[in-house]
Design a protein around this ligand. Sequence first.
Ligand code: ATP
Ligand code: MG
Length: 249
Amino acid sequence: MADPILTAPILTARAVTAGYVTGLPILREVSIDVAEASVTVIIGPNGAGKSTLIKAIAGLVPVSSGAITLGGTDITNIAPHAMAAHAMAYVPQTDNIFRSLTIRENLELALRRAGSARKARLDKLYDMFPPLAQKRDEKAGALSGGQRQFLAVANALAVNPRLVLMDEPSAGLSPKAAQEVLGMARDLTRDGVTILLVEQNVTQALKLADHCYILAEGRNQVDGKAADLLGDPVVADIYLGGKRVRATT
Ligand SMILES: Nc1ncnc2c1ncn2[C@@H]1O[C@H](COP(=O)(O)OP(=O)(O)OP(=O)(O)O)[C@@H](O)[C@H]1O
Ligand SMILES: [Mg+2]
């Protein structure tokens, strides 16, 4: 992939301060650059503000200062329903599919605004995810954890996004399923899609990503090429040593 420094980033956050309650910022002047058709991963301890950053980009958490741009357009504080219009999709960590609906119904719901392109897009999604095609008439709740994540991503892809935000897509999955989900994120970049994801499977994510940002206490800490951080002893000590404890909620 192209070096992020040499090409204009498709997504930028500049000194973004954001939080859930006025006057109580969670993110403090966080900046990131995401290169087009790359995988960028955000890592950091519990409560670092990783999910908050993804939500701020998606317009789900108010930004009090700083700016976010997508393809050169200012998208700071966009309405969440405007995400699709900006060709952006967000895959939340949990509750990202309708379990009581079939796979087909989930995808048809996601494609409800696709108009005349609906059938072609549905076929394309089935082509991309053969296990979903096979089980199209089964309830989504009956899928394995990995397949549920595939469905969540397929739902997100229904709007033909150029940027997909994913919050811990491999959480709770077996190492094999996690690898499949992360590999799928990588595959999407071959079609020009840009991926920004939060991951707690740090080693796996760094092996797959192009660039990595480490957040702690709502601030930028370190960033660099994922391969470089993988070999960095300080990063290894803090983030790869299994010291991070998963929250139970
Ligand atoms: N809805 C909310 N309202 C108020 N504060 C919140 C809300 N969600 C998160 N926070 C707070 O924001 C801070 C950052 O949380 P965030 O969920 O962004 O962290 P994270 O890095 O994603 O952590 P984790 O690894 O546990 O998912 C935490 O102190 C958290 O308590
Ligand atoms: Mg989180």
